[in-house]
Design a protein around this ligand. Sequence first.
Ligand code: T4K
Length: 382
Amino acid sequence: MNPSPFENPVFVTAPLLPDLDQFKHSMESIWESGWLTNRGEQHQKLQAELQSVLKVKDLSLFCNGTMALLMACRALAVSGEVITTPFTFPATPHCISWAGARPVFCDINADDLTIDPDKLEALITPKTSAILGVHVFGNPCKVSKIEEIAKRHRLKVIYDAAHVFGVEVNGRGIGEFGDISMFSFHATKVFHTAEGGCLTFNDPSLKESIELMKNFGISSEECVEIMGLNGKMNEMQAALGLEVLKLVEEEIAVRRRLFEIYQEELKELDGVSILSPVPNIRANYGYCVILVDEDQAGLSRDTLHHELKNLNVMTRKYFYPLCCDYPHYRSEYSDSELPIARKIAGQVLCLPLHGRLRTEDVYRICNMMKTICREASSSGVH
Ligand code: T4K
């Protein structure tokens, strides 16, 4: 029997929302204080709490992750060429370009979808100033190898840590690796402030320049020291973050249970493999990612995406197209380059995963997928 569609669309994610009365209470105290932005009380509280939750030496809050990443590139004075991955959100290469450097795309590993350090070294030229790795879908880059290459060639290392809130590698906060890491606190992330983000860093001398940069370069009433911009997080964002933070551990636990159902239910689906957290990490279950091998599954990723959409299941093709295929970067790359990234971009699909989903919704989505795959292989339609 054909599965019946969900009554309402099931999105790939849905924001974690705190109790509204509790949030109103926070808003009242902001109203009473008359202090809405520029390092207010909520901002300072959130900064302190995140420092301990993320297990990092220092951090600086931002209005969004993209602005934070741009300022990380500027704070480290990247120039010339920056080696990065094509399998990411547009923000990653765009920040390199806005900082005045050229993104050079390196292929990815098929096992964890992060930048492949074994292919990285061949791309280093006298113009290379930095490596910008992305911890994709919660899986950390191969940080030790990258650190070793960067040291040998005296390169800066920036991590786009938009997807890895709360992730730890062998007990260390993921934000400790590299020179600077950027976390996104967008509404679609495990932890969020509606829009927001932060930079984490170990070198205390970076603090001053980052703080100056995100506040127009103003160091005192009469002194504008550098050419900064406005990257500040406001009090309403910070207050939302403080409330969301109280719920994050439970959110991750619920996501983990739902993820394990997907894992169990989909394990015998031919040609469909699920991306599992790599060993030795504390995962955050931000995404449920599958790869569809058309030859084995008997249907393409696009067909599965389309069929699920007809049943009101709104999966997403993160990250297709690859960044190297955007018009801005396209002329520099041919179709035969970056073979693993190209293959993965053609197979990847993100399934709904968030704490507002019910267990029965996940079973229902898995059953829908089994029916779609069964019918495709019996009819031979790709
Ligand atoms: N680096 C990486 C690796 C990133 O993935 C991102 C952002 C960034 C950098 C940049 O960080 P920020 O500057 O954003 O802090 C979404 C997010 O908007 C984006 O933040 C995220 N990555 C990306 C992976 O996913 P879209 O274009 O797919 O968003 P949208 O509006 O289609 O939302 C996805 C689904 O989420 C919707 O179908 C429904 C649900 N949703 C969304 C919003 C905004 C809600 O239920 N409520 C909401 O308020 O990019």
